[in-house]
Design a protein around this ligand. Sequence first.
Ligand code: PMV
Length: 330
Amino acid sequence: MKATAIAPANIAFIKYWGKKDETWRLPVNNSISMNLSNLTTTTTVEFAEKYAEDIVIIDGFLSLADSSNQMRERIVTHLNQVRELAGIDLPAKVVSQNSFPMETGLSSSASGFAALTVAAVKAAGLSLSKKELSILARLGSGSACRSIPDGFVEWHTGETSEDSYAESLYPPEHWQLIDLVAILSVKRKQISSTQGQRLAETSAFFNTRLERIEEKISQLKIYLKERNFPGFGELIEAEALELHAVMMTSRPPLLYWYPETVALMQAARSWREAGLPVYFTVNTGHNVHLICEKKDVDSLEEKVKKLDFVRQYIINQPAKGARTVKQHLF
Ligand code: PMV
């Protein structure tokens, strides 16, 4: 009863921010994302009697049951869902390895809960459809449901848990987009997305955002279909700024950006004015995603390399969704 899965993080072009149902993690709006080839989590799960209790090890660190780290609690709750579905009552050992820093705005909870879902389901001997896996992953972390299908993905908000899931709009080959993730600091954010989302409705801009969201989604889908990069880029950048406007005007306000975040946004704009088509987007955190087409990645890389405040960068292409792999982590 042991299985391993790898799952990509994803970058949302239309963001998920605010829930209509907290328990079931039903979002207020549909969201659209792309899976990222080089931001991944690999997770091995084994259910066995030999373990006295659930053991959770992330990036080499054991999460203790009595620690203030809420991540272990979320993982155990998720394992309980799988145990219930499979009708088993065995403790589990979970070992998880991220290819990138956690809790810095790079969606480690998306890749983490997608990998955990696929590995735990297989280890428990269940066989679920992609839709069922997406629903289950959503219960762990909303955006994790988008890391299950391949390539470019839409999450349908749904009215009940059974119809809130993500599906592929296009396979990874549809468009050679690049997401150059610029890591400005590996310091963990203080407020998680789950906590931050609870404040969304306190922003005066929240309803204004929702009034226009469907129109925005339709427009983004047209740009995606036509591979219209300037239209696409302008829209996703405006969307990221709108997300942060809601965050900053929540009560209490959420300000995730660092001075370096703004400096990189401004640099992207100046590169664009000088003829390099690149746009930015940012999630809950300070690190920045720079989006360009593959033909421009070398020029972008050259520019990013010259910025001393960019500590590290990771170049991503569109990727497949979560899947099992043969090699276990223990
Ligand atoms: O799935 P969560 O709870 O980590 O929330 C994700 C929130 C954003 O990254 C800001 C937006 C998104 O759609 O990924």
